[in-house]
Design a protein around this ligand. Structure first.
Ligand SMILES: Cc1cc2nc3c(=O)[nH]c(=O)nc-3n(C[C@H](O)[C@H](O)[C@H](O)COP(=O)(O)OP(=O)(O)OC[C@H]3O[C@@H](n4cnc5c(N)ncnc54)[C@H](O)[C@@H]3O)c2cc1C
Length: 464
């Protein structure tokens, strides 16, 4: 029998890699892991966690303003970016240490260096001679920001650099209106920065439910974010103070900083995957089967590098399923249905299941229920911002296909309703659930009137 140094060698110590390494080791496998940057990966070091802390920090300004309606006087408002970013970095360091200790305690060998594949069973580490061998290799190398290919692209920062800013800019132009663009637009706006979002599409947040897209765009404009749709950048030039973003349609925008939030691509190049014949998709994603196995028998992949659904809990879930399959004699395919997701914009979005548009493509009869209302808190706080709750129902089976929320605590509410959707909840079962009063979430179980599309106006194109 062939002897390998490891039963499992993991490349990339992010959400997926750390989980797979720890669980496999706890089940008795000999496990090694290589990380070229910092243990914890994107989520912990420069993604979900530091971002959410910035989101919290950015919300105090509007909350203090709303507090006036409740009798609070907060005259001396002052924000200090160095305090916030220092405290965020301290928490990131703490988590980096906690992840490292987790691997240590589980008995995983850690190599803080870049790894490459030499053969289907061999890994070459950048900081040493020779190769390590493993029965199975797991690629969990994540993804990187894609920068637009325009003159002056070297002046762009990505979300990565947002966590390294020593000073808060007075103004920022953000290129792209996906979830990362919208979240950073809200963070910067909340901290008092003048924000312009430039996006070549017709509306923000492509692939989200259209009501959410329209609702969040309107609310962010009302909060003072300059959203420019149907607009593409032509170039970025350095000026004496800041930068000038030239737009393709002729006008330009001056800003202290220009951030690209134009998508992310899998980290699959430059470490031997192509040479070994591992099949890659059009954007470089590793093509895997339902058990996360690549086209090469000994090589598996999980997380963003497979570009299935690029979220931390999904990477962790895929890693857990993989360990069950390989090391616990329980072949476990990954179920990617009903994944709840949030956009931590201001206001916030929480969503699970099919959008109305997708549901109408897939089901012959779709009913929609929605409520657009001012939450109780805003009545006294004074903020004129509505909350949206929407249910998309398969009219034939009464099953809830999708739930979409815009407003305070949307993410928290959607996490819980995702359980019900996953279990196949029907609209009748929601209706039979006792509301919790007073809350915003009670709207979801009290939506009684089917939404009817407005009748076309006589003489309009729609009526023609
Ligand atoms: C700004 C931002 C905000 C986000 N917010 C959220 C959120 O709110 N909720 C959510 O669920 N998801 C969020 N995500 C997405 C989430 O961070 C990713 O889906 C998740 O981290 C993917 O985990 P992973 O294990 O696939 O890869 P990663 O966590 O990216 O880990 C990959 C690791 O591999 C290392 N690596 C790469 N190549 C090599 C090599 N050759 N050798 C050694 N090491 C290597 C990298 O340095 C990295 O540490 C966010 C992402 C970003 C960028």
């Amino acid at each position: 029998m062939t002897h390998y140094d490891y039963d499992l060698f993991v490349i990339g110590a992010g959400s997926g890699g750390v989980r797979a390494a720890r669980l496999a080791s706890e089940l008795g496998a000999r496990v090694g892991i290589a990380e070229e940057y910092r243990i914890g990966g994107t989520c912990v070091i420069r993604g979900c966690v530091p971002k959410k802390l910035l989101v919290y920090g950015s919300r105090y300004g509007s909350e203090l303003a709303d507090a006036r309606g409740f009798g609070w006087t907060c005259e001396e408002r002052r924000f200090d970016w160095p305090t916030l970013i220092h405290n965020v970095r301290r928490e990131v360091d703490r988590l980096n240490g906690a992840y490292t200790r987790t691997l240590e305690t589980a008995g995983v060998d850690r190599f803080l260096t870049r790894a490459a594949l030499e053969s289907p069973h061999e890994i070459k580490l950048a900081d040493r001679d020779g190769a390590l061998s493993a029965k199975t290799i797991l690629v969990a190398t994540g993804a990187h920001p894609v920068m637009p290919d325009v003159p002056g692209r070297e002046h762009l920062i990505s979300s990565n650099q947002c966590f390294e800013l020593e000073q808060l800019p007075r103004s920022i132009a953000i290129v792209g209106a996906g979830y990362i663009g919208m979240e950073f637009a809200s963070i910067f706006k909340g901290l008092g920065v003048a924000v312009t979002v430039i996006y070549r599409g017709e509306q923000v947040l492509r692939d989200f439910d259209m009501d959410l897209r329209d609702g969040v765009a309107e609310a962010m404009r009302n909060r003072g974010v300059d959203l420019r749709m149907d607009t593409d950048i032509a170039s970025i030039e350095k000026e004496e103070a800041g930068y000038r973003v030239q737009l393709k349609r002729g006008d330009s925008i001056a800003a202290d900083l220009v951030m690209a939030a134009t998508g992310r691509a899998p980290n699959s190049a430059g470490f031997g995957l192509q040479q070994l014949g591992v099949e890659l998709g059009w954007n470089g994603r590793i093509v895997v089967d339902e058990f996360s196995k690549s086209s090469v028998d000994s090589i598996y992949a999980v997380g963003d590098v497979t570009d299935r659904k690029n979220l931390t809990p999904v990477a962790i879930h895929e890693a857990t399923a993989l360990v069950e399959t390989l090391f616990n004699e329980r072949p476990t395919p990954v179920d990617h249905s009903f994944i709840p997701t949030a956009v931590f914009s201001q206001p916030e979005i929480g969503t699970v299941g099919l959008t109305e548009e997708k549901a109408r493509e897939m089901h012959p009869h779709v009913d929609v229920y929605k409520a657009n209302f001012r939450p109780l808190k805003t009545m006294v706080g004074g903020r004129d911002e509505k909350m949206l709750m929407k249910l998309v129902i398969d009219a034939d089976s009464d099953k809830v296909l999708g739930c979409h929320i815009l407003g305070s605590d949307a993410a928290e509410i959607v996490q819980m309703i995702a359980v019900a959707l996953k279990l196949g909840v029907t609209k009748a079962q929601l209706d039979a659930t006792m509301p919790l009063h007073p809350s915003a979430a009670e709207e979801l179980v009290t939506l009684r009137h089917r939404w009817e599309a407005p009748a076309p106006v006589a003489g309009s194109d729609a009526a023609a």
